[in-house]
Design a protein around this ligand. Structure first.
Ligand SMILES: [Zn+2]
Length: 284
């Protein structure tokens, strides 16, 4: 059963993520005059599913799509969407590098060996496309240097390149009147490094950039939308771990003990994995 379109607020819709083939959340922001989409999907099939779901809801004047970052699962549906496409300048540069790639098993495995691709993405590309790897990369039409504000008709969106460890080109979309923040994958760790990692420097800069956006709904691309309470917990954990990683100079045991005391509880699996990422980022 494929996930169906969900309505988050009066003007914001989204297609939930699907971990079976690592499909991210796709968003739609409907103004009085135009509808802006957030991310193009991981394949033509994913883009088609989203567009057909939007049609059922009678969402009109779909004119453009913004890409949150260059990773395959967010951009492979761009050609199918056939819309005016925006991204950060850095995202475009990263996508340009992929234009001449082949997507056969051999080519994917070769890039994994070279460290350009990661095994997880290679596996997920195979799972999404099967044997039919007709993947055509489409470049964005317009690039954003730092920040733009778009008027969709009574609905305004701020699109800002915020960076972070996951992908330095990460871009967010804030829907002002609806208090929705599309975060893409920007809060996730870097998965393209030798080990998954967060660095104190990039995490602090990212949290600083995100600090000015207050929302009622925070949409990360590979999970359900977060409430302000859930989001603040997420952000707080990253902020505390920046501090503890520095204080304890990347010492895993000391950081773990200090975090457990700070949170006054036994740490769960997610918290332990997040510590590992900071330790990896400190050592590397
Ligand atoms: Zn990503």
């Amino acid at each position: 059963m494929k996930a169906a379109l969900q309505q988050l607020t009066q003007s914001v819709f989204y297609l939930p993520s699907d971990s079976a083939t690592d499909r991210p959340v796709l968003g739609a922001i409907q103004g009085k005059n135009q509808t802006l989409l957030v991310d193009a999907g991981n394949s033509s099939a994913h883009a088609k599913l989203f567009l057909s779901e939007l049609k059922k809801q009678d969402l009109y004047a779909i004119t453009s799509v913004v890409l949150t970052h260059w990773h395959w699962d967010h951009i492979f549906g761009t050609k199918e969407m056939n819309l005016f496409t925006l991204s950060s300048e850095q995202t475009k540069q990263a996508i340009e590098k992929m234009i001449n790639y082949e997507w056969t098993d051999e080519a994917l495995e070769e890039r994994v060996k070279e460290g350009i691709e990661i095994q997880f993405c290679a596996d997920m590309i195979k799972a999404e496309f099967g044997d039919n790897r007709r993947i055509e990369i489409q470049l964005p039409n317009m690039t954003i240097n730092k920040l733009v504000r778009i008027d969709l008709g009574n609905i305004h969106c701020t699109i800002e390149h915020v960076g972070g460890d996951h992908a330095s080109d990460s871009t967010i979309v804030y829907v002002e009147e609806e208090n929705v923040l599309f975060l893409g994958d920007c809060l996730y760790p870097n998965l393209y490094s030798k080990t998954p990692q967060y660095t104190v420097k990039h995490t602090r800069a990212l949290l600083q950039a995100l600090g000015k956006y207050k929302a009622n709904h925070y949409v990360l691309s590979h999970e359900l939308p977060l409430s302000p309470v859930q989001y603040n917990e997420y952000i707080q954990l990253l902020a505390i771990l920046c501090e503890l990683t520095e204080t304890h100079q990347g010492n895993k045991q000391n950081i773990t003990e200090a975090l457990s005391i700070r949170l006054n509880k036994e740490l769960n699996e997610d918290e332990r994995e997040t510590i590992d990422c900071f330790v990896n980022g400190y050592i590397d």
